[in-house]
Design a protein around this ligand. Structure first.
Ligand code: S3P
Length: 433
């Protein structure tokens, strides 16, 4: 287990590019595997999660070649996958397991999906129920992995109202819908990240999406033909969030991040920081492979908030991956921060509410834990030995906390940053003063 030492910083400064977006990389590889022809994907995430997607696809008969950060995927077609003949290991990656389950529901053989101890605790009932409605046979004891899927090559098209705001669930059903006998529709309570919809239409699928009073209604036609088309993956805005947070909290900071994905379903974090008075400029806006990208410049500015900042309700889904770092930022705000309606955080790579509460307390912050969130008071952080709980976003959030603290912080289990951001600590060292 890697213990990483973090010492206090004065500021962060520099211009950098970040690894390819994790969510978009997963989708590009999976949809390319189903499309006809060979797809080249540039700036593919080097994170371990996206490697789990590639190895799982290879196990299922897809030819994949990696050259640097480019990945070449030779498709097998929508129903052309072949049995792996052994359990498919999705590692730590919930996205791999949930999205792949959608593809496997439409293949006429049996597959078993397994994961590491963290993934083995995560809820799969949310995908199992609708996939069974679509005609797949699935066994998942206690609603957690391993899951055994016996698919069929023509599923039933359904209209499914999702009880949870989950992009992974939506994406699972859209991928299953590519092999259904009509139009599959999912209605999600709030619009979640829409990378699957965008990637499907990039590859030529027939998809529609419409936000209304009942929620966000997304459909895909089972008749869709999808054809190989090269993809360039934008830089990962959820990785950028850690650096932007450091810039927002350390006086004198000025950091420029190039070619970052600024899909509106992912930028709520920037809005929160701008509302707090941070100087965030989004420039050079363009589009690559159906996704908006931009240069983000973040500079320190004295935070405006004097009262507690409350984040709750419909806003949470757009901030879900940034909540650990927002809790850290909360220690630096005039009135602290309160986060509610975020019980989903308890079923991420770790129980992120418990992990953040434990680590912030170790660093001397005043924290109240709720079932669905936490309240963090304005606190002067002191260096401490904290635990990543094997969760990449916890490791990176507390690296930033360490930059803001007095004295040395040690992160136990820091190697898990590689799940989404290999080289995170080296990159951080290169911009810290
Ligand atoms: C993801 C969706 C979110 C997010 C995760 C990546 C995706 O999970 O937290 O990091 O790529 O679809 P949920 O769908 O469970 O909310």
């Amino acid at each position: 287990m890697l213990s990483m030492k973090i010492t206090p910083a004065i500021s962060i400064n520099g211009t950098i590019e970040l690894p390819g977006d994790k969510s978009i990389s997963h989708r590009a590889a999976m949809i390319a595997a189903m499309a006809s022809g060979e797809t080249r994907i540039d700036n593919f995430s080097g994170g371990a999660d996206c490697s789990s997607t590639l190895t799982s696809l290879v196990d299922l008969g897809v030819s994949i070649r990696r050259e640097g950060t480019s990945v070449f995927v030779s498709s097998v077609g929508k129903t052309g996958f072949s049995s792996a003949g052994r359990p498919i290991d999705c590692g730590n990656s919930g996205t791999t397991m949930r999205l792949l389950a959608g593809i496997l529901a439409g293949q006429e053989f049996e597959s078993v999906l397994i994961g590491d101890p963290s993934l083995s605790k995560r809820p799969m009932g949310r995908i199992v129920k609708p996939l069974i409605e679509m005609g797949a046979s699935i066994i998942s004891e206690n609603g957690t992995p391993p899951i055994t899927i016996r698919g069929r090559d023509l599923l039933r098209a359904v209209e499914y109202r999702s009880p949870v705001a989950s992009a992974q669930l939506k994406s699972c059903l859209l991928l299953a819908g590519l092999n259904a006998d009509g139009v599959t529709t999912i209605i999600e309570p709030v619009k979640t990240r829409d990378h699957t919809e965008r990637m499907l239409s990039w590859f030529g699928a027939d998809t529609t999406s419409e936000e209304g009073v009942e929620g966000n209604r997304v459909s895909v036609s089972g008749d869709s033909t999808i054809t190989a088309r090269d993809v360039a993956v934008p830089g990962d805005i959820s990785a950028a969030a850690f650096l932007i947070a450091a810039a927002a909290c350390l006086p004198g900071s000025d950091i420029t991040l190039r070619s970052i994905g600024v899909n509106p379903t992912r930028t709520a974090f920037l809005d929160v920081l701008s509302d707090l008075g941070s100087s965030i400029d989004v420039n050079d806006l363009s589009e690559i492979s159906n996704e908006p990208v931009a240069t983000i410049r973040a500079r320190f500015a004295e935070p405006k908030a004097k009262r507690v900042l409350i984040l709750n309700g419909r806003r949470i889904s757009g901030l879900i991956d940034e909540i650990p770092i927002l809790a850290v930022i909360g220690t630096q705000l005039g009135g602290g921060i309160e986060i509610r309606d975020a019980a989903e955080l308890r079923v991420k790579e770790s129980d992120r509410i418990a992990a953040v509460v434990e680590n912030l307390r170790k660093m001397g912050a005043s924290v109240t834990e709720f079932t669905d969130g936490l309240r963090v008071g304005t606190s002067r952080l002191k260096g401490a030995r904290v635990n990543s709980h094997g969760d990449h976003r916890i490791a990176m959030a507390f690296a930033i906390a360490g930059l803001l603290a007095d004295g040395e912080t040690v992160i136990n289990g820091a190697e898990c940053a590689d799940i989404s951001f290999p080289g995170f600590f080296e990159m951080l060292r290169s911009v810290v003063r």
